[in-house]
Write a protein that binds this ligand. Sequence first.
Ligand code: 5AD
Length: 331
Amino acid sequence: MAQYTLGNYILDTGQPRAEVLAAILKDDSINEELFYAANKVKTEQYGNLVFVRGIIEFSNYCRCLCAYCGINARMKDAVRYRMAPDELVEAAVDTAKVYRTVILQSGEDCYYTAEMLAGIVRRIKEKAQCAVTLSIGERSLEEYRIMKQAGADRFLLKHETANAALYQSLHGVPLEGRLDAQRRIKGLGFELGGGFMVGLPGQTDEILAQDLLTLVREGVDMAGIGPFIAHPDTPLRGSADGNAHKTLKVLALARLLLPKCHLPSTTALNVKGGMKNALLCGANVIMQKATPYEYRKLYDIYPGRDAKDIPLREQYEELKEKLAELNLTAE
Ligand code: 5AD
């Protein structure tokens, strides 16, 4: 536990106070100090290493109604795809030749039963030496258990916003359901990845402080923190996008509160040009797209996501060069 003095504020990471976090988020005069402290903590924990993961978005079918998301169940014009299990295993094994962790992400698509997902994970693990992270949404304890027993190592499920009223208005279901799912995942021994969006319509600095405290309370091992980006086909069209600078402040605070937490420079933040800054403000992870090219454009959760058709290995080499310019090394 540490105490940080940032301008006039004292942040006690043993007993972080929501009022202090919100005040720091409002006050831009302390940003340099905040970013410096976050980078120092990150460097103490991880040195110059950046963990690079490959993410395969294997289905954009989704039963959910998240108001911000371009693949939600109501998006009638979305062109839907699903990768067949064999195709997914093959793509994952190829990805594992370049990256040590493969993330399998999809909409909440119950076409894939727990047994199917378990089979996919098992086959990947037999053929490749890699960690497998699942990011497939809410399932029952029994279903999560089947996936865990098949060898899945980590699970990403963000809380998205810690404000109960805002969560309910965006998702049409209560926040408790999401938190319960996170607790089932953590209880089974998965490494848990949480996270939330910054700049959602109606969100305040006080809510962001609650978001940060939620990460601490739920004991996340990873947290994806990215700016909200308005999708033109969703009910949130026309809303202002989340601010990249505010996102960096939230990220930096997450690093101070959770020194060992894996914090990616999220794709949404990269879309806003923030990757380099994120890596200097506390982030220690990058997720590289490994979705087969023909599906990338269809995984349209928010606009601006790149769909460059370059081989994984080349993409990795390009990234390594970018990292070297920042004195960072890909792991
Ligand atoms: N803007 C930013 N992030 C979004 N996500 C979904 N839709 C948006 C959006 N419009 C994020 C959510 C989700 C992850 C897969 O993508 O945080 O957990």
